[in-house]
Structures are given as C-alpha cells and as structure tokens.
Design a protein around this ligand. Structure first.
Ligand SMILES: Nc1ncnc2c1ncn2[C@@H]1O[C@H](COP(=O)(O)OP(=O)(O)OP(=O)(O)O)[C@@H](O)[C@H]1O
Ligand SMILES: [Mg+2]
Length: 149
C-alpha cells in the first residue's frame, strides 16, 4: 500500500494493532526498510495505539526499549548495531520472547525473519513510502487479512 505521508504510516500502525489479539504477547512484528524509511514511526504509532502516552524514543542506541502494559510487555527493538545472532543474548533476547516484539532491522540476524509473524517492508516512493505487508506465520497471515481489506 502507498503511505503518502507520516500520518499514513501512523494509521497503518493503528490498523495493525487493531488486528492483533488483545494479548499479543509472543508475537513478533518485523520492520524492514532502509534508513529513514519509517520503521520507528510505525512502531511508535503501534505503541501509542496500545495506550502508551509518554515518549517513544528510537532504540537505535539502547537497542531495546521496554513498555509495560497491564496484560503484556512490549519490546521495541532495533538490531541495526547487531553484527550476528550470537550478540542477541547481550540483549537478554530469550527474556523478551513473552512480550510483543516490534523489531527494526531484523535482517541483521540471519534466520530471524522466518520466526516472525508479520513483516512490513517500507521503501521510498516519491515523497512518501510504500509498505509491503507479509504474513509469515499462519496466525500472522490470518491477522493481516483485515488490514489489507
Ligand atoms: N509515509 C511517509 N511519508 C513521508 N515521510 C514519512 C512517512 N513515514 C514516516 N516518514 C518520515 O520519515 C522519517 C524517518 O522515520 P523513522 O525514524 O521512523 O525511520 P526509520 O526507518 O526508523 O529509520 P532508522 O533506519 O534510522 O531507524 C521521519 O521524519 C518520518 O516523519
Ligand atoms: Mg528507526
């Protein structure tokens, strides 16, 4: 789909949250696309749609930004600075798997994309962006159906 401006990227984030189960702990949403494509914008909108009203800083330097909601944790992760899978444990990766994971730069870790539920690939198109949404897991494919309608 075409995302003409930042507001359209934010709407996609809200639409994605709307189709996830209320408790989406254990789900992994992957966001790919070159620098500045809008991955953090999308993640920020999803975190706000879940009811977070404070700041949503980019995890570029912290690598993981956690958010506590009443029924689940959300982890906004940026793997840009990760060189390979062996570095994931520095992030306490296995402890994050119970939460909803919003992962920027998943392609930094080989094999991670195959383990996600939904992949959003953002690319530059004119002044806006193009979003390609792919369901990876069975539940991911079922969920995105209604976003695309
Ligand atoms: N659909 C859109 N059209 C035009 N600009 C957009 C769109 N969506 C987001 N932007 C803008 O793109 C810029 C970069 O966004 P963002 O920081 O989310 O990118 P990113 O993919 O997370 O970058 P990085 O790879 O550095 O983490 C922001 O200024 C944002 O407002
Ligand atoms: Mg970012």
């Amino acid at each position: 789909m075409h995302l003409a401006d930042e507001a359209a990227t934010e709407k996609l984030g809200r639409d994605l949250i709307a189709v996830l189960p209320e408790d989406s702990g254990g789900w992994m949403i992957l966001m790919q696309g070159e620098l500045g494509a809008g991955k953090s914008t999308l993640a920020r909108s999803m975190i706000r749609a879940l009811g977070h009203h404070g700041k949503v800083p980019s995890p570029t330097y912290t690598l993981v930004e956690p958010y506590r909601f009443s029924d689940m944790m959300v982890y906004h992760v940026d793997l840009y600075r990760i060189a390979d899978a062996s570095e994931l444990e520095f992030l306490g990766w296995s402890d994050l798997r119970d939460g909803l994971l919003l992962v920027e730069w998943p392609e930094r870790v080989e094999g991670l994309s195959e383990r996600g539920d939904v992949l959003i690939n953002l690319s530059y198109r004119g002044d806006g962006r193009n979003a390609e949404i792919t369901g990876i897991s069975q539940r991911g494919r079922e969920a995105i159906h209604s976003v695309l309608l």
